[in-house]
Write a new protein. Structure first.
Length: 503
């Protein structure tokens, strides 16, 4: 039956997703990735700087904080990340990707900038904690908004490798943070050194804000929310940008049209129904991947310096050099293996990297237990382990950002991110107790075996539950809640590629 030609029809017919996915890689996509991917660089930078400047904050001529008070800085940053992910994740689905990736970067800039201005003495450490919450909230919000925007604007055939590379740049930030703190703490007086280190992130964020201002809104988000004219303007802006450097664009397959009926507002309660009623196995997959990698990473990374100091007697001033090697291994994993997630496939690569990293960690744990390693060989072992684990962990973020409908994508990322961070906090706290005074290798060995088993468990879950999303449009991976047919006959048609007569 033909659809009645009435303007009261709530439906929209669109080719916008197909138009995005058929684009060749261009300078626009590179600019998009650089502008948005800096979120992970900033997070790695913040965590590393906080870890490395901690001892200076205990000095009488700086903030005169206790060791316990300094260690709590990471907790407050973590709390901020969880709050920011949940709060800004909901707003990103409601108000748009561009609005939020501008706001969240601004929140981070303010929070981290204020940290560097913390006055000394008295109860000003409370001010420091508050600024860490603000900075963490900005970064937590970035994870939700940025992963959504990148997935929705990157062509399907590049999505896996781009997501892995972007998430892996956390370790570029960690490497940069190590260099910054080595310079600041060795060439600037303690009174100012830690403040200078904390200002590097805000300066970088200030530069990136101006780059982000010129990025378009996600056309996918706009069309799914019924904003036909804005979506058409955004997609044409992207196409013109790409065509300017790549020439005539490939044709669009008209059979890829989708029919959309914009949905009502969806909150977290509705999200839970979507996750566990419509996508139970995907929810189990997302939780397993995010929790296991967060547990392992936080447990190893945040106690790395303690292991080097108490078990291998490395001077605390020299631990930064070992961190640099660790960061390089973690960065190279996603960069070199990322393409395989688009070619070999998600299921094989996710399960393979998780299981292999778990097995390698178990082997290195036994070598540690029997005393066969020194500081250098232990670092080499961990560099190899986390070369694979880093690719798997980045794929965890990729997974939760592509396997759920667009209307709840940012909130889904936020929920799994928040849950994972809580398990990660437990991991670092538990491993810290296992280290003790560095006399009992067996206790820490048991912790490493638990971490290895967790990664293997995540890999096994991926074997059975992973979604073969490589090369597929997001709408084919998870049908948006607003899509009611494909193809369809409706009154409105939006997102058609421009004809020759339209110029």
């Amino acid at each position: 039956m033909a659809t009645s030609m009435t303007t009261s029809s709530p439906n929209i017919r669109s080719l916008i997703p197909a138009r995005i996915d058929r684009l060749p890689w261009s300078k626009f996509h590179t600019r998009l990735v650089v502008a948005l991917g800096v979120a992970w660089v900033l997070d790695g930078l913040e965590i590393t700087i906080a870890s490395n400047v901690g001892p200076d904050l205990t000095l009488h001529n700086t903030l005169n904080m206790s060791a316990g008070a300094v260690s709590d800085i990471a907790w407050w940053y973590l709390i901020g990340e969880v709050i920011g992910a949940l709060f800004f994740g909901r707003l990103s689905d409601k108000l748009g990707r561009k609005n939020l990736f501008m706001v969240t970067l601004g929140v981070y800039l303010v929070g981290s900038g204020l940290t560097a201005l913390t006055p000394a003495g008295g109860y000003w450490f409370i001010f420091l904690y508050a600024t860490r919450v603000i900075a963490g909230a900005g970064i937590g919000g970035e994870y939700a908004a940025i992963n959504s925007a990148i997935d929705e604007m990157i062509p399907a055939k590049y999505r896996g490798r781009v997501d892995l590379a972007v998430n892996g740049t956390y370790w570029a930030g960690a490497f940069l943070g190590t260099i910054v703190t080595l310079w600041a703490l060795n060439h600037v007086t303690p009174v100012w050194g830690w403040r200078v280190a904390y200002l590097v992130g805000p300066v970088l964020a200030l530069v990136i804000i101006f780059v982000r201002r010129h990025l378009p809104e996600s056309p996918r988000w706009q069309i799914m929310h019924g904003r036909q004219q804005q979506a058409e303007g955004s997609i044409r802006e992207i196409e013109d940008d790409v065509a300017a450097t790549k020439g005539e664009l490939p044709p669009v397959d008209p059979s890829r049209e989708i029919e959309i009926r914009p949905t009502d507002k969806i909150g977290y309660l509705a999200l839970l129904r979507v996750l566990f009623k419509h996508y139970p196995s995907r929810s189990v997959l997302g939780a397993a991947l995010m929790i296991t990698q967060s547990f392992l990473y936080n447990a190893i990374f945040f106690t790395y310096g303690l292991v080097l100091e108490f078990f291998f007697h490395v001077n605390p001033k020299d631990t930064a050099y070992y961190f640099m090697a660790f960061a390089v291994g973690n960065l190279l994993g996603p960069l070199t293996l990322g393409r395989l997630f688009d070619t070999v496939g998600r299921r094989k690569m996710i399960s393979g990297t998780y299981i292999l990293s778990g097995i390698l960690l178990a082997v290195s744990a036994e070598l540690f237990r029997v005393g066969s390693l020194n500081a250098t060989t232990q670092t080499i072992c961990w560099t190899v382990v986390f070369f694979f684990a880093s690719a798997g962990a980045s794929a965890g973020y990729l997974t939760v950002s592509e396997i759920f409908p667009l209307e709840v994508r940012a909130k889904a990322i936020a929920v799994f991110f928040a849950i994972a961070q809580l398990f990660g906090a437990f991991g670092s706290h538990w491993y810290g107790h296992l280290i003790g005074n560095g006399t009992d290798r067996n206790a820490l060995f048991a912790g490493y075996i638990v971490g290895a088993a967790a990664m293997i468990f995540g890999g096994v879950i991926a074997i059975f539950c992973a979604v073969d999303a490589e090369g597929k449009s997001l709408e084919d991976v998870a049908t948006p809640l607003s899509v009611i047919a494909k193809p369809a006959q409706t009154i409105f048609r939006t997102g058609a590629p421009p004809t020759a007569s339209e110029g």
